[in-house]
Design a protein around this ligand. Structure first.
Ligand code: AMP
Ligand code: ZN
Length: 471
């Protein structure tokens, strides 16, 4: 069973889905006004690993991810310009062109990191009716109020607002300090915008829609609640995001969703720590902002970056350096080379009980690592122990391929497959048992069957070995 840290309760808890075997998982996506960078890569690799682990545990995951293409202002607390409008002005393009360009760039970058595409990708601008319906409900229930410049959520009406994620109200006040200046008709500094009207500073805002409160556009927070509930229901299993979403965005999502439905919104909140570069925040002005293309241009396989991400636990900050990437690139090469070498070993040893137990033990320890709040550094350590173990090559190969379903390192990269089919190994297994029972005639009969199918079986001191006949 997966043990997963829940930021909401601040505890590692045993994860079980609401409606097994289905798991609903929502991930806050990119604001598509600029290039995706290796920091995004870390965050979304973390989500990908969680999804792959859930799948390995037998769950059917519906993974929903939004694309923020409207309403996310420069500060998370509704201050400044809309990021998309700003990006468009900078690029001399329309907001729609900018959104399309960077959405494509984002998913191309994620593909290079072997991040599985979400089951549902939803754009904020494609879900305006869902958002206005939710805002309408909040206004009707008295949780939101209309003003000349915007519709705001009234945080004083939602009793728990000041304590969500264990933050004190004073911390929250700090997080929303810019909000004081945002709207002149805001009643409380922490009140946040559900609908911006196309007036004042937004009078020439390009993206706008009609609504019961007039022409305008939705705030950033409401899109996630509206789309998550549209695709996953009013209560769902897992919601993920970066740690920067803990102070403002996620409490706002909880408040507006639960105020509207009267039900718990999310069962598990998962937050990923940041990637730093040369021990500093990644930023263009510091010249330490790197895209996946930058990594490729320097001759690195993007999957060595994925490997690098897995060297730290997802809740711990990770510092990127080119030297560290060189190290993981070498480890990845070594692993792939090892896999390519053992693939050409086409023989198959019929294993002793002791070896079978050993295989079982390695698999168990890998599973223990990944289910221990996604302990990937430990999962990598177990992978290397397997490589160095005396488990026969074909079985090692099978285990490595099995682990790679979670690691996503494309370990088969250098290979073509020459495998002994399961039908043949089953026959050989049966023959070995007959031999041990001294039923040699029946064992010989099976040897003939194996040979007729194009394989040879040889008896050795460790057991019997099956090989493809070379014609
Ligand atoms: P954005 O659209 O840039 O606000 O970010 C999308 C997601 O990427 C958010 O969940 C952020 O927390 C995350 N993110 C942004 N920068 C980094 C970084 N340097 N390291 C890890 N995650 C990041
Ligand atoms: Zn979100």
């Amino acid at each position: 069973m997966l043990q997963l840290y829940n930021t909401f309760t601040k505890k590692v808890e045993a994860f079980t889905p609401m409606s097994p075997p289905n798991v609903g998982m929502y991930t806050c996506g990119m604001t598509v006004y600029d290039y995706a960078h290796i920091g995004h890569g870390r965050k979304y690799t973390g989500d990908d690993i969680l999804r792959r682990v859930l799948t390995r545990l037998g769950y059917t995951v519906t993974h929903v991810q939004n694309v923020t293409d409207v309403g996310h202002l420069v500060s998370d607390a509704d201050e400044g310009e809309d990021k998309l409008e700003k990006g468009a002005a900078k690029a001399g393009k329309t907001v729609w062109e900018v959104a399309n360009f960077f959405t494509k760039h984002f998913y191309d970058s994620m593909d290079k990191l072997n991040i599985l595409r979400p089951s549902i990708i939803c754009k904020a601008t494609d879900h305006i009716p869902e958002q206005t319906a939710l805002i309408k409900k909040l206004v009707e229930k008295g949780y939101a109020y209309d003003t000349p410049e915007a519709v705001y959520f009234d945080v004083t009406k939602f009793a728990d607002y000041g304590t969500l994620f264990g933050q004190s109200l004073s911390e929250k006040k700090t997080a929303v300090r810019e909000g004081v200046r945002t709207g002149q008709h805001k009643r409380h500094p922490a009140d946040f915008t559900l609908w911006f009207k196309r007036v004042g500073r937004f009078v020439s805002h390009t993206m706008h829609w009609d609504s019961p409160w007039g022409d305008g556009f939705p705030g950033w927070h409401i899109e996630c609640s509206a789309m998550a509930m549209r695709y996953l229901g009013e209560t769902f299993d897992i919601h993920t995001g970066g740690i920067d979403h803990i102070p403002v965005h996620h409490p706002n999502e909880i408040a507006q969703s639960e105020a509207a439905t009267g039900k718990p919104f999310v069962r598990f909140w998962v937050h990923h720590a940041f990637l730093k570069v040369d021990a500093r925040k990644m930023s263009k002005s510091l010249g330490n902002f790197h895209t996946i293309e930058d990594v490729e241009k320097r001759g690195f396989d993007p999957l060595s970056l994925r490997y690098f991400y897995m060297t730290a636990h997802y809740r711990k900050p990770l510092n990127f350096t080119w030297e560290a990437l060189e190290g993981t690139q070498n480890s990845l090469k070594e692993l792939r080379l090892f896999v390519s070498r053992i693939t050409s070993d086409v023989s198959r040893t019929i294993l002793t009980q002791e070896k079978l137990k050993k295989i079982d033990d390695v698999r168990k320890r890998f599973d223990e690592a990944i289910t221990d709040d996604l302990n990937m550094p430990q999962a990598l350590a177990v992978t290397w122990e397997l490589v160095k173990s005396n488990i026969p090559s074909p079985d090692k190969y099978d285990l490595l391929m099995d682990f790679d379903e979670v690691l996503g390192l494309d370990l088969r990269f250098m290979n073509y497959e020459v495998r002994i089919p399961e039908e043949i190994t089953n026959l050989a297994q049966k023959r070995e048992m007959l031999r041990q029972q001294k039923k040699f005639d029946q064992a010989d009969e099976i040897r003939k069957q194996i040979e007729e199918k194009g394989y040879l079986v040889e008896d050795a001191s460790t057991g019997s070995i099956v090989k493809k006949k070379i014609s």
